[in-house]
Each structure stands twice: as structure tokens, then as C-alpha cells.
Design a protein. Structure first.
Length: 92
């Protein structure tokens, strides 16, 4: 399977829930050029987001970026492999 096909399949998972570091998260974006997926954590209390002046503004859900490719650039990262298994468990 080529990279474009893999990222196309990942995009089909947008909006689906997964587990990351024992927290329920949702896949919100796939960034092919950067080889990163973006997930939003749903279980944790959202941190307070500051405005441009550093003043507390509102609570916003935490987002995390997960590298798709490992450091050698050849294989999928262990972190994304773990996430993919939680998507599969969710689909069952």
C-alpha cells in the first residue's frame, strides 16, 4: 500500500474515537505533508486558553499531534500503531 492510500484511509477515521495515553480522544485531522494526525482529548478537563495578551479567555479541549512515521522515516510509529488498534476495537 502506498502512502497516499494509507493517508486516504486514515482520513476516513476522522470523527471516530480512539484511546491515547488511557484517555478517550477523537481524530480531528490528518496532515499528510507533515505525516501527523491530530486528536482531541475528550475525558480530561479542558485547560484554560489565553487570549493574545495572556489573559484567561475560555476552556478549550486539548489537542495532540501524533507522528505517523517513526524517526527512521520507514515505518509507522509505535504511537500511531497503538491508536489504530483502538480504532479497530471501537469498530467491533
Amino acid at each position: 500500500m502506498n502512502d497516499k492510500e494509507f493517508f486516504r484511509r486514515l482520513r476516513k477515521l476522522i470523527g471516530r474515537r480512539c484511546r491515547h495515553l488511557n484517555q478517550l480522544c477523537m481524530l480531528v485531522e490528518v496532515l499528510e505533508q507533515e505525516a501527523v494526525i491530530v486528536i482531541r482529548c475528550e475525558e480530561a478537563i479542558p485547560p484554560i486558553q489565553a487570549d493574545q495578551f495572556g489573559q484567561p479567555l475560555r476552556r478549550a479541549s486539548e489537542t495532540r499531534q501524533v507522528l505517523v512515521i517513526d524517526a527512521d522515516g520507514e515505518n509507522l510509529s509505535a504511537e500511531v500503531l497503538d491508536l489504530l488498534t483502538t480504532f479497530e476495537a471501537d469498530a467491533a
